[in-house]
Design a protein around this ligand. Sequence first.
Ligand code: PMV
Length: 301
Amino acid sequence: MRAAASAPGKVILFGEHFVVHGAPALVASIDLRAAAIVERAESGGVRLSDGSKDNPAVKAVEHVLRRLGASASLIIEIESRIPQSVGLGSSAALAASSSAAALHLLAGRLDLNLILESSHEGEKIIHYMPSGIDTSIATFGGIGVYARSSGYKKLDIALEEILVVNTGMRRRTGDMVLRVRGFAEREPEQFKQLLDEAGRIIEEGLDALRSRDLERLGMLMSRNQELLRVVGVSSPELEEAIAMCLDAGAYGAKLTGAGGGGCVIAAADPDKMDEIISRISGRFEVFRVRLGVEGVRVERP
Ligand code: PMV
């Protein structure tokens, strides 16, 4: 008795950090997925196949059981192509795929709202107050606007591919969020201007996405990066990765997620991507990712 499911990772195209202070963010699923196989066991409660219990996937599945009013011992086997702790939503994708597989095994259905809620419960053990971006994208997929007040609104937009460069430097989202809060408290007027500019970038970014204008998208990424530099969340490695993308011919690049390390995204002409990748890959891990892919789904175990 086993079931399997997978869920995508995510990138924040525009608006990270400013989203914490009320601005919207533009986010997209990527075609790097995490998968979970959930199998019934005789005893031992819910755990990963290595026996560990203290992680988002287990907590999310325990929440599914509570909501179903069921008790069962389950073993979760996970497999992920999403690099961890670099801002690509790996833990949310594992929580969403594990909850979906458990729900499919125990109730024979997928309830996206329950998967979202369970993944959010799972994420709470690693982020003090997750904004919900990662779990929304892992569950619903696509490209859309996320705001704290209104949640995730999926848009009918497709964008083929962007580049994701992984600096490999892990960092804690919470530390970066506190750094920005410190800036906002020290420089309230300047921060208000940055917040307004972040809002304008989202509007223009939506326009650029709708018209599939990669050059403008790249230019807006570089503008957004400028704001992230000012609030102090860039790093020498991120700047190096951005400079390499631009030198190799990308239209623009920025950090994605919390910053301080983690990943850079770059917009480029699809015909130039292979060349850019070959110039960067000796220094950093680079992915060519498709955006706006399907959210959580059942897979063959
Ligand atoms: O670390 P990530 O990629 O999940 O990104 C965090 C994004 C922030 O805006 C910095 C924080 C948040 O909760 O939205």
